[in-house]
Ligand binder design. Structure first.
Ligand code: C2E
Ligand code: CA
Ligand code: CA
Ligand code: CA
Length: 279
């Protein structure tokens, strides 16, 4: 029997279980999708703001589902993280990004640094150093052409273990970036301990910046911290010329966002960089 409008439980319960079923379905399909190679990577240019030149790219994973079409990572990365499938998926992403960047080097593109997202959960359930070393070895990509993006949440997990892995990655010659910087934990002491090369200013600050004075102040504070620590900064989510002009005026070197380019298929990215060179 159905209850009236006040019966919150009966109204919401079916919806919850639908969502749970969806999750369960995705979990089962993810496993097969990894075996069946249903994933692909798209690449978003990273720009030197002063010159407007492309200096690197971020690899972003997509799931090409045979029935549902292309699925964005927000819908399956969290499921993969909860089920442990993030390890094989993340390893595939790392190998593919290294292979592709090596292929672009061989095709005569200028040396570009490819940034790969590595989930905090991967640091818990696999030896990330060994995984990255294998991907570099197999692809023949020099380590200086690879950057690993981590979020602040990695240090909240198992600090000693993670620190060892970050040291190991640095020893390989791989760059480290903190993603979504400013959205995580308030303690800045980890910045010293993590010894990363780069901070990525989260796009939520950039989006509100032109309307919200506080976001401008937070953004300036992050740029100052980066300067003091001698770190590179990437401003994320740059969508307009006004955004780009602001960061240029503030002395931020690198930017990423729809203003310069959306994430692209490999062939389109190749064309983008070639046009950039000819210009
Ligand atoms: P992220 O690492 O913060 O990546 C940036 C996201 O912002 C991407 O979404 C990108 O398409 C989007 N974006 C870039 N420029 C703009 C812009 O100007 N405006 C707006 N509104 N959005 C912009 P995407 O590709 O859907 O990825 C979402 C998140 O999924 C990523 O956030 C990352 O946390 C995760 N992710 C993506 N690929 C991987 C992967 O291979 N491994 C892991 N572990 N996570 C991944
Ligand atoms: Ca990222
Ligand atoms: Ca980000
Ligand atoms: Ca994000």
């Amino acid at each position: 029997k159905r209850r009236g409008a006040g019966g919150g439980v009966s109204v919401y319960a079916p919806r919850m279980s639908e969502q749970q079923q969806e999750r369960k379905a995705i979990r089962g399909e993810l496993r097969r999708a990894i075996e069946n190679r249903q994933f692909s990577l798209v690449y978003q240019p990273k720009i030197d703001i002063a010159s407007g030149r492309c200096v690197g790219m971020e690899a972003l994973v997509r799931w090409d589902h045979p029935q549902r079409g292309r699925i964005r990572p927000d819908q399956f990365i969290p499921v993969a993280e909860r089920s442990g499938l993030i390890a094989p998926l993340g390893e595939w992403v790392m190998r593919e990004a290294c292979r592709q960047n090596r292929a672009w080097l061989d095709a005569g593109l200028p040396p570009l640094k490819v940034a790969v997202n590595v989930s905090a959960v991967q640091f818990l359930c696999q030896d990330v150093v060994e995984m990255v070393a294998r991907a570099l070895r197999e692809s023949g990509l020099p380590a200086r052409h690879l950057e690993v993006e981590i979020t602040e949440s990695v240090i909240m997990t198992d600090a000693a273990k993670v620190m060892r892995m970050l040291d190991g990655l640095r020893d390989l010659g791989v760059s480290l970036a903190i993603d979504d910087f400013g959205t995580g934990y308030s303690s800045l002491s980890y910045l010293k301990r993590l010894r990363v090369h780069c901070l990525k200013i989260d796009q939520s600050f950039v989006r509100e910046m032109l309307r919200n004075d506080e976001d401008v102040r937070i953004t300036r504070a992050i740029l100052n911290i980066a300067r003091d620590f001698g770190l590179e900064v990437v401003a994320e989510g740059i969508e307009t010329a006004d955004h780009a002009a602001f960061f240029k005026a503030e002395g931020c070197h690198l930017g990423q966002g729809y203003f310069w380019g959306k994430p692209m298929e490999p062939a389109d990215f190749h064309g983008y960089v070639s046009r950039d060179l000819a210009a």
